[in-house]
Design a protein around this ligand. Structure first.
Ligand code: PEP
Ligand code: MN
Length: 272
């Protein structure tokens, strides 16, 4: 029996639509978020923002605080990176999403970003979830790499319990035995989540596969399976990207992704 959790369909029957600066997430239209893995130089960020906007993205992504496996790897530009994102927003009007990794950075991330991302590695960082729950900004919550459906939904509940009901759930691949991809994109969770929750569900085919050539097919599949949006790593010169270059697509590939996603969206009664 499902209890009346804030995330549940029992609490709220209709799909939640989260509106950020005029962009509706969870409505009929598929929302595409795109940008580099890490925030890069100012000029590159402006180039990316213009390039993705022209091709139909509504939200610019980019990490200023990066959760890297190695402590010696690039850790992100910090506040400088957030400033570049805000400059790109001023230039293009795109909505900004960026990751918050530490409770001490909440006011900083809130100051510049329109949507606060909580990454897979922090999905069960309960103090971070509570802090995000006290924010006015919507939260993009990524599924932990070994999180069950229940754990994922309960993480959302932590945010909602504090008063912030604007949570966007993101499937980004789970750890399995396969070795041909970085993660296994668990598209089963889309209908499973849709049954349990009114919250919007988006998919990250970049981290979900880790392989550039898999990004377009899995974007099509995600939309066909009922995802409300996508978050994709895009860079004009992926081979020069500071992080996650293997899974980053270029502008030409992003254009193709948008064209194909539009066709799939129409086939399933949505728009993109
Ligand atoms: C990211 O989106 O930049 C990221 C680090 O993703 P995840 O938390 O899903 O690994
Ligand atoms: Mn990345």
């Amino acid at each position: 029996m499902t209890e009346k959790y804030l995330y549940s369909r029992e609490y709220k029957k209709e799909d939640s639509v989260i509106e950020v600066n005029g962009v509706k997430i969870g409505g009929k239209k598929i929302v595409v978020m795109a940008g580099p893995c890490s925030v890069e130089k100012k000029e590159i960020m402006i180039e990316i923002a213009k390039g993705i906007k022209k091709r139909g993205a509504k939200v610019l992504r980019g990490g200023a605080f990066k959760p890297r496996t190695s402590p010696y790897a690039f850790q992100g530009l910090g506040e400088k990176g957030l400033k570049y994102l805000a400059m790109a927003r001023d230039e293009t009007g795109l909505v900004i999403v960026s990751e918050m990794m530490d409770t001490k950075d909440v006011s900083l991330v809130e100051k510049y970003a329109d949507i606060i991302q909580i990454g897979a590695r922090n999905m069960q960082n309960f103090s971070l979830l509570k802090e995000a729950g006290r924010s006015e900004k919507p939260v993009l919550l990524k599924r932990g790499m070994s999180a069950t459906l229940k754990e994922f939904l309960m993480a959302a509940e932590y945010v909602m319990k504090e008063g912030n009901h604007n949570v966007i759930l993101c499937e980004r691949g789970i750890r399995t035995f396969v070795q041909y991809s970085r993660n296994t994109l668990d598209l089963n969770i889309i209908p499973a989540l849709k049954k349990e929750t009114h919250l919007p569900v988006i998919v990250d085919p970049s981290h979900g596969t880790g392989v550039r050539d898999f990004v377009i097919p899995m974007s099509r599949a995600a939309v066909a399976a009922g995802a409300d949006g996508l978050i994709v790593e895009v860079h004009p010169r992926p081979e020069e990207a500071i992080s996650d270059k293997e899974q980053t697509i270029n502008f030409k590939q992003f254009r193709k992704l948008m064209e194909e996603v539009r066709r799939v969206a129409e086939a399933v009664g949505r728009k993109a």
